[in-house]
Design a protein around this ligand. Structure first.
Ligand SMILES: Cc1cc2nc3c(=O)[nH]c(=O)nc-3n(C[C@H](O)[C@H](O)[C@H](O)COP(=O)(O)OP(=O)(O)OC[C@H]3O[C@@H](n4cnc5c(N)ncnc54)[C@H](O)[C@@H]3O)c2cc1C
Length: 278
């Protein structure tokens, strides 16, 4: 098996590495200290086409593969895990629209997500349930004509307050339990949709993690992603992309720590005149 990167993958990685070192690393400590969402950096990543890395060219993306994506996530995480988390969440949402969306949804949402003009988020977790969400999910979407009426709340959602396109898990048929959970695309400015508190986290503070609140929020039925009851399939597909991405973030953090340690041993002088590395 040949594990070497192709020329194209090397180019993708080098481009992400240069952008991360030049634009993200210098502000990484500041955004984590202040909890500021770095819109200017997101814009630069968007200008470089990174948000469209997995989206096919007809929808405005680069049409790369998962390895291109994971290499990019790792390079961004070397500079800032917060930015990498926001990035991978949004690219993951574009991937869901591509994989499960109707033709209309793809045309409507993919170009803006691929260009980074709009960010995405996925809302699964609720105050009453995390890892066990299929058994505990309480957010309801009750059919009413050609709409669903959504009531409930989500928490710990990445890109809260910054994402325009939120994929939200809701129960469309409570009698079916986990098989009655569906995914709706809910746009940021939909009446009845608001943001609650942001978490004051220990780390990853540049990625806003917070609450989404739905109060009689009317969502067109055409915003159903996939079919009713598809939530486990959809989150499974998301996980197959986001779990390796989280590993890439961890690898990026580890690489940054190793590189900083090596740099330190070359610069630190305790017994003059030689640095530790000697
Ligand atoms: C930085 C950050 C970003 C996040 N972004 C998002 C996001 O974008 N969207 C979103 O929906 N959520 C997001 N989350 C929430 C995340 O998905 C949840 O934290 C996760 O699902 C776990 O839920 P929990 O924290 O309630 O932990 P719990 O579900 O309470 O689990 C805690 C521990 O108990 C274990 N456990 C749980 N149930 C059982 C059981 N029955 N038996 C044995 N062990 C069990 C778990 O494996 C885990 O180790 C984010 C969280 C963080 C910290």
């Amino acid at each position: 098996m040949d594990l070497r990167l192709t020329e194209q993958q090397e180019m993708t990685r080098n481009m992400a590495r240069e952008l991360a070192a030049k634009e993200i690393a210098p502000i990484a400590a500041e955004i984590d200290e202040t909890g500021r969402f770095p819109k200017e950096v997101i814009q630069k990543m968007a200008d470089a086409g990174l948000f469209g890395i997995l989206t096919p060219p007809p929808f405005g993306g680069a049409g790369g593969d998962r390895l291109d994506y994971l290499l990019t996530v790792e390079e961004i995480a070397v500079a800032s895990a917060s930015v990498a988390l926001s990035f991978e969440t949004s690219v993951g949402v574009a991937f869901l629209v591509l994989a499960f969306g109707s033709d209309e949804q793809k045309k409507k949402y993919l170009p803006a997500l691929a260009k980074g003009e709009k960010l995405g988020s996925l809302a699964t977790t609720e105050p009453g349930g995390g890892a066990n969400w299929p058994m505990t999910l309480r957010t309801r979407a009750v059919p009413d004509g050609d709409q669903y009426v959504v009531n409930g709340s989500k928490c710990f959602v990445s890109n809260t307050g910054q994402a325009d396109i939120c994929v939200v898990l809701v129960s469309t048929d409570i009698s079916k339990g986990p098989m009655g959970i569906s995914a709706l695309i809910i746009e940021r400015d939909t009446p009845g949709f608001s943001f609650g508190t942001l978490e004051d986290k220990f780390g990853l503070r540049g990625d806003p993690t917070g609450e989404l609140i739905f109060e009689d929020c009317r969502v067109p039925k055409e915003n159903l992603l996939g079919q009713e009851g598809d939530a486990t399939k959809i989150t499974g597909a998301f996980g197959a992309l986001s779990c390796p991405a989280h590993c890439a973030i961890a690898t990026g953090i580890a690489r940054a720590a190793l590189e900083a340690s090596i740099r330190h041993t070359k610069e630190r002088v305790v017994l003059a005149p030689l640095p530790l590395a000697n």
